[in-house]
Design a protein around this ligand. Structure first.
Ligand code: DP6
Length: 337
């Protein structure tokens, strides 16, 4: 009798054993873009990014021992079916790293400090935060110790760009390793002062996801030339970052941004994520720069919104430029140190 009673308590405590983890991670903006992948999130080409300071995802992960996997994701307090169904195979795919993963029920609550569809990669920040939670869980459940490279590898498997959000201020991926991103140590101090002002041209969800855009690179007619060009751009960007050569930085940055959108427009099926206002702002910035010599440069991720990257010392000039344009909203961020 006594034995049965004890067993029941054990079973009961098994049923209710739950673990809570909290983490937060920043987003990043790519200077050289990751575009296209080989299997298991191995990038087609190297990429380089600035980690952002204020654009952060916060994540609560609750794990309940269940002997069977289940997942529920709440975004800003609301159940998100899309997020849940996209994330489910990604988490289960981490079983080679965390053998306990399919014996738990995952309950994720996530929020961002920045608005949705504002041109800030929430997958980078949220998937990096989730990777951090998974490492905390692994430490508790298996007493493991992991380094930053391992964290980046797990984040990368959840979303490629998340692999670059594990640290800052400047990260590279696909140069030292395809498996994880690393800190760039050799950079000029001017870049530590860089600001990222995001001009929100359109805040509607994009018609084609980045994941689909990556897939279209598999059969892209310019695939091989893109791989070569991104390699060349990475070398030029590393030189610009090391020497503080802002002209080279800006030129390479803008070639990359427009090159990314050119790849989208020449995919099959083709698509265009820029809006007329995106092009208008780019044109105006070029004219303003010709006139004032302001050192302010643009980039875009896979969306219509414009990131203006510039050193702190150019702030007043950029504010004067901003006064001439009309966008939905403006988000101020900077490179995270
Ligand atoms: C244009 O990392 O969002 O922002 O690996 O499929 O999750 P998945 O894609 P994701 O792609 C980011 C593409 C980009 C460029 C970049 O951040 O390097």
């Amino acid at each position: 009798m006594n034995r049965i009673f004890k067993t029941e308590i054990l079973i009961l405590s098994e049923l209710v054993s739950s673990y809570q983890y909290f983490s937060e991670a920043p987003s990043n903006i790519a200077l050289v873009k990751y575009w296209g992948k080989k299997k298991r999130q191995i990038p087609l080409n190297p990429s380089i990014s600035f980690t952002l300071k204020n654009s952060i995802s916060k994540m609560n992960l609750e794990l309940q021992k269940n002997n069977e996997f289940a997942l529920k994701v709440m975004l800003d307090g609301v159940f998100n079916e899309n997020f849940t169904s996209n994330l489910l195979p990604k988490i289960l795919g981490l079983k080679d790293y965390f053998d306990w993963i399919d014996q738990y029920r995952f309950f994720i609550k996530t929020t961002n400090t920045f608005p949705h569809s504002a041109g800030i990669a929430s997958s980078a920040s949220s998937m990096c935060a989730l990777a951090q939670c998974l490492l905390q869980a692994d430490k508790e459940l298996r007493n493991s110790e992991h380094d930053q490279n391992f964290l980046s590898r797990i984040a990368r498997l959840l979303s490629g760009s998340a692999g670059r959000s594990v640290s800052g201020p400047i990260m590279h991926w696909g140069i030292e390793s395809d498996e994880y991103a690393s800190n760039l140590n050799d950079y000029h101090q001017i870049f530590a002062t860089f600001r990222d002002t995001i001009l929100v041209v359109d805040d509607q969800p994009k018609s084609i996801s980045s994941t689909e855009g990556h897939r279209l690179m598999n059969s892209h007619p310019y695939r091989e030339s893109r791989i070569k060009l991104a390699g060349d751009h990475s070398k030029l960007m590393l030189t610009a970052l090391k020497e503080g050569d802002l002209d080279l930085f800006g030129h390479t940055l803008e070639q990359e941004a427009l090159g990314l959108h050119a790849l989208m427009m020449t995919s099959d099926p083709s698509y265009c994520l820029m809006k007329p206002l995106s092009l208008e702002i780019i044109q105006k910035l070029k004219e303003y720069r010709d006139k004032t010599k302001v050192q302010c440069f643009f980039t875009l991720d896979a969306g219509p919104n414009i990131h203006l990257l510039y050193p702190e010392q150019e702030r007043a000039h950029v504010a004067a430029f901003l006064a001439t344009i009309n966008v939905k909203s403006i988000i101020e961020d900077r490179v995270s140190l």
